[in-house]
Design a protein around this ligand. Structure first.
Ligand SMILES: Nc1ncnc2c1ncn2[C@@H]1O[C@H](COP(=O)(O)OP(=O)(O)OP(=O)(O)O)[C@@H](O)[C@H]1O
Ligand SMILES: [Mg+2]
Length: 331
């Protein structure tokens, strides 16, 4: 694999379930939401790595762990070869500058009382980077990078004076201004009008490629993910079920869960014969995830006892194509 920028090693995040007074008194065992439950992956330099899966599968939690916005319950995160999980906060400062996040909702993530100029400049000011002129110049350049042109037209406006797409471009500019190496984009276009999603994504893709940035792209929309990502990991209840280059996931899915997700994504290939696979039932609670393979309660290819009792290990079944399913390992 190419040079690695970021890596997760057996990462876990369990959130304690808040308990009421009575359940504390009658001392039931402390329970945990197993949001992320032992996942490993690597992100190469300049790579766009996608995390996909149903709501509640642990995608956002993974993104926050990778940026050390929250502490893992177990496991480690490496950034440029350094273990950041145990790094003291003072040593993290410089590293934080090179890691940024773009949130789902550009209405909530931008301060409504600040001008676009102040919003985009703020990260520089907080870190005391550049003189006044240098900052002004950098803000204008960055606004032009995200195609808010001419920059003067946007500098003194407020977020509510922009469209949703323009607002998300401002959020991208704010993430870019510190010349990051790694960006986590958490469903960055899901609040936007369908008609402008593709152009905002295309812009992000061009920017990360031009500026040599690695992107962790979080989404539940596989139709968009397949255009964005070099590789994809499919998550289910805190676990990675399958991970491979995007083309492999789309055209040769191995896991029954991936297969079901992919079967409903439109593919412009008239020669491919596919039948839609409907996943039955709702995603179970991550508090007490199903025993064995956590997908077994909904799996269309359920094999019986082995799936119910034994957790399948994730293995590299084909080159760079990882899957966790007993279908491939049972003798
Ligand atoms: N701070 C928290 N405290 C307790 N539980 C949490 C916390 N954050 C997330 N969870 C739980 O962890 C699980 C995974 O949540 P997460 O937000 O990572 O999922 P997601 O894949 O991003 O979902 P979505 O597609 O809806 O954004 C969920 O069951 C969620 O309720
Ligand atoms: Mg999320």
């Amino acid at each position: 694999m190419k040079e690695i920028l970021a890596e997760a090693v057996d990462l876990k995040k369990w959130f304690p379930v808040k308990r009421g007074f009575f359940s504390t008194i009658f001392s039931k065992k402390q329970m945990f939401v197993r949001a992320v439950d032992g996942i490993s992956f690597k992100i190469a330099k300049r790579e766009v790595f996608g995390l996909a899966g149903e709501s509640g599968s642990g995608k956002t939690t993974t993104g926050r762990l990778m940026l050390k916005l929250i502490e893992p319950t177990a496991g480690d995160v490496y950034f440029e070869g350094k273990k950041i999980t145990t790094l003291p906060e003072k040593d993290l400062k410089e590293m934080r500058r090179t890691m940024q996040i773009i949130f789902q909702d550009p209405y909530e993530s931008l301060n409504p009382r600040m001008t676009i100029s102040d919003i985009v400049e703020e990260p520089l000011s907080v870190l005391g980077i550049g003189s006044r002129e240098e900052k002004e110049e950098k803000v204008s350049k960055t606004l032009e990078d995200v195609e808010l042109m001419p920059a003067e037209e946007f500098l003194f406006r407020f977020p509510h004076e922009l469209s949703g797409g323009q607002r998300q471009r401002v959020a991208v500019a704010r993430a870019l201004i510190l010349d990051p190496k790694f960006i986590v984009a958490d469903e960055p276009v899901s609040m936007l009008d369908v008609s402008i999603r593709a152009e905002v994504l295309k812009l992000m893709l061009d920017l990360v490629k031009n500026f040599n940035i690695s992107l962790l792209y979080i989404t539940h929309d596989l139709a968009l993910a397949r255009h964005m990502c070099d590789r994809l990991a499919i998550m289910y209840l805190g676990k990675i079920m399958e991970m491979a280059p995007t083309e492999k996931i789309v055209y040769e899915p191995l896991h029954p869960y991936t297969n079901a997700l992919i079967s409903v994504v439109p593919i412009p290939d008239p020669s491919s014969e596919r039948t839609e696979v409907v996943i039955k039932g709702e995603i179970p609670s991550p508090i007490n995830p199903p025993s064995g393979c956590r997908f077994h309660t909904r799996c269309p290819e359920y094999l019986g006892d082995i799936c119910r009792t034994k957790e399948p290990a994730i293995i590299e079944l084909k080159k760079e194509h990882y899957v966790a399913c007993h279908k491939y390992t049972k003798k």
